[in-house]
Write a protein that binds this ligand. Structure first.
Ligand SMILES: Cc1cc2nc3c(=O)[nH]c(=O)nc-3n(C[C@H](O)[C@H](O)[C@H](O)COP(=O)(O)OP(=O)(O)OC[C@H]3O[C@@H](n4cnc5c(N)ncnc54)[C@H](O)[C@@H]3O)c2cc1C
Length: 405
């Protein structure tokens, strides 16, 4: 398949990768529509990529060594143990991940989008209208444009998905991720090469260093828990939404701070509690699956197609692999029908497997937590293995291999 006009809705990680895929696939005219203006691209949160998945994506040309990263080698799971500063480790596991900051990963991907691609910041798509030979996009500024194919890379609240499968929304998992970054990175145990997971009844908190994109490093953390369903504590999140800094209500913040003070080893509690309010925010956790990754002349990539709870550390990998699979289908197919059918057949099952694994991990690590404090390493290993063994017996932690599909 050569030629054709392609629109990519959303210009984040999945969107930049999809534009690259379309260009390599041979599309003639590619336009990316991104709602945010350039300033909003500066999010400092961490993204961890499994090293094996990185190697595959690097071979495929979607990531590159110049993207700043910090190596992680081991993950240590700890509980509070009285006043012991670092608590007590209940389990350790290999953790071969590369830690990125979202902003620098995105910037490098954006830089790789070829110059002939038109990237329109501040362009909001409000309508998606398919017909027999393509799709018309309507924009908030009143313009409309017709394309041969539209790729929805517009995240978990996708307007493209709504046009493909009306009413297929992300569903709230019942708990939140409270995230923060701070410059409080000096003196981390083992020079920061370990990721730390502080576990407590009803949740856990991952902490690891990330590059700040300016030659230094930041401490990145994300705490998952279900606040009690009391007034002011549990926001109404039945419809997909997010609560940026400043909109975090004071009752919820006070609840989370008390939870950290009571349940974290003192060393880690201090680091979370010292994080400035302006660099903390809340992301509700969602699940999303679609019946198909394509419909007519429309295709979905990244979080628009499926959202797996972040415990599996594989969302960005999946987004980049989706783009890579689209490129491969494009190169092999002789018609749009062939390209899109082959893409759907390849990626649909991977998306479903990741969502299922992430649900099991969310259940084990947040919704139905064990008595962590009674665990030792052998018990920890059995507990971890239980979450991993789905019906297909493949783990998928950190994302599935491209080769395995
Ligand atoms: C708490 C948390 C931790 C995570 N940790 C990890 C991790 O460690 N490792 C990992 O691999 N993944 C992680 N993920 C997942 C990862 O962030 C995403 O899966 C990945 O970034 C893919 O995002 P995306 O590009 O598909 O969607 P998004 O980043 O949501 O991008 C969608 C884009 O579309 C734009 N858009 C939306 N609607 C419109 C419209 N109508 N018109 C124009 N533009 C529009 C938006 O502005 C946005 O830029 C985590 C996620 C969460 C919530």
């Amino acid at each position: 398949m050569r030629g054709g006009s392609i629109a990519v809705v959303g210009g984040s990680i999945a969107g930049c990768a999809a534009a690259l895929a379309a260009s390599r696939g041979g599309a003639e005219k590619i336009t990316v529509f991104e709602r945010a203006d350039a300033r909003l691209r500066d999010r400092g949160v961490g993204i961890a990529l499994h090293s094996d998945r990185y190697d595959e994506l690097s071979d495929a040309g979607y990531v590159a060594p110049e993207m700043p990263w910090a190596p992680l080698t081991r993950r240590v799971w700890s509980v509070r143990d009285g006043e012991a500063d670092h608590g007590r480790a209940i389990g350790e596991q290999p953790f071969p991940f590369r830690a990125y900051s979202w902003g620098s990963l995105w910037s490098e991907l954006r830089r790789r989008v070829p110059e002939e691609v038109t990237y329109r910041s501040g362009a909001v798509v409000t309508g998606v209208e398919p017909d027999d030979d393509g799709v018309t996009l309507r924009l908030a500024d009143g313009h409309q444009e017709h394309f041969d194919v539209v790729i929805g890379a517009d995240g978990y609240r996708s307007v493209v998905r709504e046009a493909m499968f009306p009413g297929t929304d992300a569903t709230y998992a019942g708990y939140i991720g409270w995230r923060g970054t701070s410059s409080d990175v000096a003196g981390l145990p083992s020079d920061g090469h370990d990721a730390h997971n502080i576990v407590f009844p009803g949740g856990h908190c991952m902490l690891y260093r990330i590059p700040d994109g300016l030659g230094g490093e930041l401490l990145n953390w994300v705490l998952y828990t279900a606040p009690p369903r009391a007034d002011g504590l549990h926001p109404d999140l039945t419809r997909p939404t997010s609560l940026p800094p400043g909109r975090l209500n004071s009752e919820l913040t006070a609840y989370l701070r008390a939870l950290v003070a009571d349940n974290f080893p003192p060393y880690w509690a201090a680091r979370v509690l010292r994080t400035p309010a302006e660099t903390t925010f809340i992301q509700p956790i969602y699940d999303l699956e679609v019946p198909h990754y394509t419909s007519g002349r429309m295709a979905l990539v990244g979080d628009a197609a499926s959202v797996a709870r972040p415990h599996i550390g594989g969302g960005s990998v999946k987004a980049l692999q989706d783009a890579n699979a689209l490129e491969a289908a494009w190169r092999a197919g002789d018609s749009w029908k062939e390209v899109l059918e082959s893409y759907d057949a390849g990626r649909g099952p991977v998306g479903s497997a990741m969502v299922a694994l992430a649900r099991r991990m969310g259940s084990a690590q947040v919704e139905n937590t064990p008595d962590w404090s009674a665990m030792d390493q052998p018990e920890f290993d059995v507990w971890w293995q239980d979450q991993n063994s789905g019906s297909d017996r493949r783990s998928g932690f950190g994302g599935h291999s491209i080769k395995a599909g």
